[in-house]
Design a binder for this molecule. Structure first.
Ligand code: IMP
Length: 430
């Protein structure tokens, strides 16, 4: 029996929520290992809608242990608000059911202020961030001046660390002619939130090690997607963490052998929010139709997502760089009723055909997709629960995708409903 990591293989929003929910019903522990409250998952369970950003999806299921690993950047105010909102729906969240790693770096109000101000100053060059302070918080973490969860319990260190943090940030604010931050104010914010957050603080690596030794099933829940990975994505139009499954180990305090099967959640077409290259983007009515049919609006920011054809080159790259062992193909039903469909099988760059997305910003913006065209299907695939219920043209589309991306389709999702899932293999049993 293996543990399972669920990661996005495109630019996020691949429909991880439903798959994670489906898998979390069969896991004992659900762990977030990177990102922060920039992620957005909507879960519908027995008609009740739960909106999650930072909490692991297992939190809504009784008897599961939910863990926020050290790789996550935690905004204590956002976390407490989310906990309260979920508790209001009758879900029990206590320090027995939710653990926050004591070595998580915190997102402070100054981080979201910096994030938004910088985006505005960038103008047309903006990244299109969620404005939640994710980037600035990770910057402080790697610069070794972050305030961490454990610091909230150590008054002497806290004061010194806030001084160090402001030494940096106030120098920048001064340079920009902006108002500086007062140490006492930042300290007061932290002292106020400390007693509310600290009960959840835990030695996560130890608890996960115990769980593993007891043979518990661990589900690692990724956020965003491979093309937003800070190393492997479309840099600089990326998020500030490693989104690939390799980070599930480091971001939770387990060894690489703990991760097990890596399920790459993959949309049957492509979308992205924010700025940056998108080779198969459609600027026509077909792109609009995909967006409308797929309800492609961001969960966190409400932004309209950019839509395009399936890019097999990019997904294959995500599979290789992320160690994805199988994919869950989602939203196939959105493609019902198109006369023809296209899949990108290579790129043209400066007159040459290439089979990968280059790292350079100019090259990424210049690659032209080479398409293979498929006959569409007029039948509905919505709600199909077996392979036999799919039209032949849809089967052909899926089979060709498997061939092109060099990975099997482990799961196929045909509607937002949890049970509308075709299971080819059980990832926990692989
Ligand atoms: P940040 O993570 O807020 O810094 O934003 C950096 C980039 O990642 C932007 O293009 C965002 O739109 C994108 N991004 C961040 N979180 C998500 C997500 O959960 N889904 C899709 N895109 C995301």
């Amino acid at each position: 029996m293996a543990n399972v990591a669920v990661v996005g293989s495109q630019w996020g929003d691949e429909g991880k929520g439903k798959i994670v929910d489906w898998l979390s019903s069969r896991a004992d522990v659900v762990v977030r290992f990177q990102g922060g409250h920039n992620a957005g998952h909507t879960l519908v369970i027995n008609g009740v809608v739960y909106k999650l950003s930072l909490l692991p999806s297992g939190v809504v299921r009784p008897g599961k242990l939910s863990v926020i690993g050290n790789g996550v950047v935690v905004d204590p105010w956002a976390l407490l608000k989310e906990i309260a909102a979920i508790q209001e729906k009758g879900v029990e969240i206590t320090p027995d059911t939710l653990l926050v790693a004591e070595n998580c770096a915190l997102i402070l109000p100054l981080h979201s202020a910096v994030d938004k101000a910088r985006e505005e100053a960038r103008g047309v060059n903006k990244i299109g961030t969620t404005g939640r302070g994710i980037g600035p918080a990770y910057e402080d973490k790697v610069a070794r001046r972050a305030i961490r969860v454990c610091d909230l319990a150590d008054e002497a260190v806290l004061e010194h660390k806030v001084e160090q943090l402001l030494f940096h940030h106030n120098a920048l604010l001064r340079g920009l002619g902006a108002e500086e931050l007062a140490k006492d104010e930042v300290l007061a914010q932290l002292r106020e939130v400390a007693p509310k957050l600290l009960p959840y603080s835990a030695v996560v690596w130890k608890r996960l090690d115990e769980a593993r030794r007891q043979g518990k099933r661990i589900l690692f829940e990724g956020a965003q997607g491979a093309m937003l990975d800070v190393d492997h994505g479309t840099y600089p139009f990326v998020t500030s963490s490693n989104t690939v499954a390799g980070n599930a180990a480091a971001g939770s305090g387990m060894g690489p052998g703990a991760v097990g099967h890596v399920l790459g959640i993959t949309k049957a077409y492509t979308t992205r929010v924010g700025s940056g290259p998108f080779p198969t983007e459609l600027h026509d009515e077909i792109g609009d139709k995909i967006g409308q049919r797929g309800h492609e609006f961001g969960t966190v920011t409400g932004r309209k997502r950019r839509c395009g054809w399936f890019d097999a080159v990019m997904v294959r790259q995500a599979i290789k760089t992320g160690g994805i062992t199988g994919i869950a193909l989602t939203k196939l039903d959105v493609l019902d009723g198109f006369d023809e469909l296209k899949v990108c099988t290579g790129y043209k760059l400066n007159g040459e055909v290439i089979q990968h997305l280059p790292a350079g910003q100019t090259a990424q913006a210049q690659v032209e997709p080479i398409y293979e065209t498929f006959e569409g299907w007029s039948e509905s695939t919505q709600g199909a629960r077996s392979w036999a219920q799919l039209p032949a043209a849809a089967i052909k589309y899926v089979r060709r995708i498997e061939e092109l991306i060099e990975a099997p389709v482990t799961l196929l999702s045909t509607s937002p409903e949890r049970d509308d899932t075709i299971l080819m293999r059980d990832p926990f049993e692989d």
